[in-house]
Every structure is written in structure tokens, then in C-alpha cells.
Design a protein around this ligand. Structure first.
Ligand SMILES: Cc1ncc(COP(=O)(O)O)c(C=O)c1O
Length: 403
């Protein structure tokens, strides 16, 4: 495996190719895909517009080590979609984006500590690999070995959706709190939607204490709405990280925000950040194609598919009287084998053995959902009525198998 979340027992299938909402393995099996590259493929696999723009770009060279007009155009588009982003820097992965956003927040405020939330995942760098979600949770490494205590001690951990606890931690550390980093929808411990009071409360704390509010929109950016969770929930972050959907399957990510903060990045400021491949013309071409396809219609379509599918799953659960629940936000959903899951603790206490049975059965029925309970299913615009039919049939069967 080149990323641990791809591993499952007895062994994962190996991919031959993928198109639209389907993925094909080397043994000739076909699956309806809800992993969708763990989120980036809002427009499905091998989207023609993205492929064609990428082909054109490759012909003109793959890396220049000098800026291009296309990067500036992409930055302008990101700013248009995200009004809180006044300046933006392109990087290659979500991990880089959050790592540099945190360094920038520290450089800007001159403070050391950050608050993160248990179960949130912000990539695999030291200061956020503390009580992290996704693979770090699945594989039981809540604080990775190799992360120095000296690095982790500046990361304070609070409870997601618990604004009182967060206020208390923040105020206790008011003089040394550089940033609060949060997934506006927690998508790395299964799927846990935010309470509005919680998100608004974080904005309030950041304003009160002069620390930087970082919305990690690597998953939610361009997924919940054209302007991500900030548009969807009507809350403005100081810094935002984007990745996944932005590149439509190519490695590109970004961090950006208030100009006053962003000006501190090198070369105009003293916070160092650099990358050989940053803003590379092939990924930028893919991102330009993605941003051209973003419009309200896309989100209406995704919403409709999500609502129909999730209400069908809920009906199956009710009809069969199963102890199971579905969490759902627009084009993201996840099934848990528990009465309800509104918190990270509840996600942890759901029945993972039943989830593993459900996963295996779904795969046998030709539907690929993330193998881990602590990931999220993603719908793309390539999912149509036929995929819906196959999925509902598979869920019906798999929920029986998971009893
Ligand atoms: C919310 C969030 N932030 C950051 C990351 C890290 O992104 P990447 O895997 O591109 O480094 C992820 C990855 O899943 C994520 O879900």
C-alpha cells in the first residue's frame, strides 16, 4: 500500500481502470464507486473535460520552475469562490496545506499553541497527528509513533461540537494560542456534522483571543457548495485549506486567507514555504477544468442523489428494525452500526465488526465503499439512477449480512 487506508483484509482488489462512477479491477470485476479517490472525484473518474485540459497542458511541458498565467487565473477563481481568501498559495497536498497554514498562523501571531479536535484529520504531519481520525484511527495509532512529544505538546485537543470545553481550553491558553484548526464537517471519523453553535462559537473565540481560525476544507471545499463549508454554513475563516476536489484527481492543494496574514509568507514575509512542484502546470490545468465546471446545478444534482439514496437506506434500516444509522451531509454519507452517532465517542463505540461484514458484502455485490468505519462515502455527478439501483439492492443485502 502507498497509503494505509487502502489496506483491508484479506487483501484489497487491484485496479485496472475507472470511468465515471465505476471502477474495474484486474480480475475483471466492476464496482460502483463511493470511495472516489477519498473525495477528490466530484465529477467522477476520467472526466473528459479534465482529461482533455490535462493533455493539452502536458504537451506544453510538465514543470517550469517559473510562474504561469494559469496559476494566477486559478488563484483569482479560488478567491471568487471563497470571499475569505484574499491571497492564496498553491501546494501539492492537503497535508502540505494544513502544515503551512499552521506555521503561518504561528508566524503571524508569534504564538505556539494550536487547538485541534479529537477525530479530526488534517494530514500526516507532526503537529496534527494527535488524536487524529482517518487511517490514524482505523489502525489504532491515535498519536503516531515518531511524533516527538516536543512537537505534540503544543497541540491542545478539544472535543468536536463542544464549544464550552473549547472556550475553556482557549481562554486558559489565551496568550499562547496561535490557531484553532477544524474540519467544518468531520469527515475522518465516519461523518459527523457540526452544530452551528459550535462553528459560530469558534469564530467568536478566534475574534476574542486574536488567534487564527483555520477551516480545513480539504474535504468540504467545492464539495458542499461552490464556496465550501464557509458558504454552506455562512461562517468566514481567517485561513482556509483546500485540496481534493480542487484538483479533480490531480495532486494540488491550496491555503489562503486574509491578506494581512498571507503577506507573512516568503518572499514577501518571513514565514518560509516552498515546493518544487507547487503550482505545476498539469495539476493547475486540471484545477482550471474543475473550477469551470463548478456551478449551482452540480450541487442540486448531488443533493438530489444523496437525499434519495440516504432516504432509501434509512427505510431499509427502519423496515428491518436494525440498530444502524446513516449520517449525511449533501454528497457525503456514512453508515454506522449504532443507534445514533453525533460525537466522536459515539463513532468509536459503533459496532465495527458489523461494519466489516457490511463492507465485505457490499464489495461482493459490486459496490465499493471505504473499508473503514472512519471514512466517508462520496457521491459524484457521474452517479446516476442505475448506480442508485445497484447501491440500494446491495445495501439491502449487506445490512442483512451485517446483523
Ligand atoms: C480534512 C483533511 N485535511 C487534510 C487531509 C490531508 O490531505 P492529503 O491526503 O492530500 O495530504 C485530509 C486527507 O484525507 C483530510 O481529510
Amino acid at each position: 500500500m502507498n497509503s494505509p487506508v487502502r489496506a483491508f483484509e484479506p487483501n484489497p482488489f487491484f485496479v485496472r481502470e475507472a470511468k465515471g462512477a465505476r471502477i474495474y479491477d484486474v480480475d475483471g470485476r466492476e464496482y460502483v464507486d463511493y470511495v472516489m479517490g477519498y473525495g477528490p472525484l466530484l465529477f467522477g473518474h476520467a472526466n473528459e473535460r479534465i482529461i482533455s485540459r490535462v493533455k493539452e497542458a502536458i504537451e506544453r511541458g510538465t514543470l517550469y520552475g517559473a510562474p504561469t498565467e494559469a496559476e494566477v487565473e486559478l488563484a483569482k477563481r479560488i478567491k471568487r469562490f471563497y470571499p475569505s481568501i484574499e491571497m492564496v498559495r498553491l501546494v501539492n497536498s492537503g497535508t502540505e496545506a494544513t502544515m503551512h497554514a499552521i506555521r503561518l498562523a504561528r508566524g503571524f501571531t508569534g504564538r505556539k499553541k494550536i487547538i485541534k479536535f479529537e477525530g479530526c484529520f488534517h494530514g500526516s504531519h507532526d503537529s496534527v497527528l494527535v488524536k487524529a481520525g482517518s487511517g490514524a484511527l482505523t489502525f489504532g495509532v491515535p498519536s503516531s509513533s515518531g511524533v516527538l512529544e516536543d512537537a505534540a505538546k503544543h497541540t491542545l485537543v478539544s472535543r468536536y461540537n463542544d464549544i464550552n470545553m473549547t472556550e475553556e481550553i482557549a481562554r486558559k491558553n489565551r496568550d499562547d494560542l496561535a490557531a484553532i484548526i477544524v474540519e467544518p464537517v468531520m469527515a475522518n471519523s465516519g461523518l459527523i456534522p457540526p452544530d452551528m453553535e459550535f462553528l459560530r462559537g469558534l469564530r467568536g473565540i478566534a475574534d476574542e483571543l486574536g488567534c487564527v481560525l483555520i477551516f480545513d476544507e480539504v474535504v468540504t471545499g467545492f464539495r458542499l457548495a461552490p464556496g465550501g463549508a464557509q458558504e454552506y454554513y455562512g461562517i468566514r475563516a481567517d485561513l482556509t485549506t483546500l485540496g481534493k476536489v480542487l484538483g479533480g484527481g490531480f495532486p494540488i492543494a491550496a491555503f489562503g486567507g486574509r491578506e494581512e496574514i498571507m503577506r507573512n509568507i516568503s518572499p514577501s514575509g518571513k514565514v518560509y514555504q516552498a515546493g518544487t512542484f507547487s503550482g505545476n502546470p498539469v495539476s493547475v490545468a486540471a484545477a482550471l477544468a474543475v473550477t469551470e465546471m463548478i456551478n449551482n446545478e452540480v450541487y442540486l444534482r448531488l443533493r438530489e442523489y444523496g437525499r434519495k439514496l440516504v432516504s432509501a437506506i434509512k427505510e431499509i434500516i427502519e423496515d428491518r428494525n436494525l440498530i444502524a444509522t446513516v449520517n449525511h451531509v449533501e454528497s457525503m454519507f456514512q453508515i454506522f452500526f449504532a443507534e445514533r452517532v453525533g460525537t466522536y465517542e459515539e463513532a468509536l463505540s459503533s459496532d465495527r465488526e458489523r461494519f466489516a461484514n457490511y463492507f465485505r458484502r457490499m464489495l461482493e455485490k459490486g459496490v465499493f465503499v471505504p473499508p473503514s468505519q472512519f471514512e466517508t462515502c462520496f457521491i459524484s455527478t457521474a452517479h446516476s439512477d442505475e448506480e442508485m439501483r445497484i447501491t440500494i439492492e446491495a445495501v439491502d443485502d449487506a445490512l442483512k449480512a451485517a446483523r
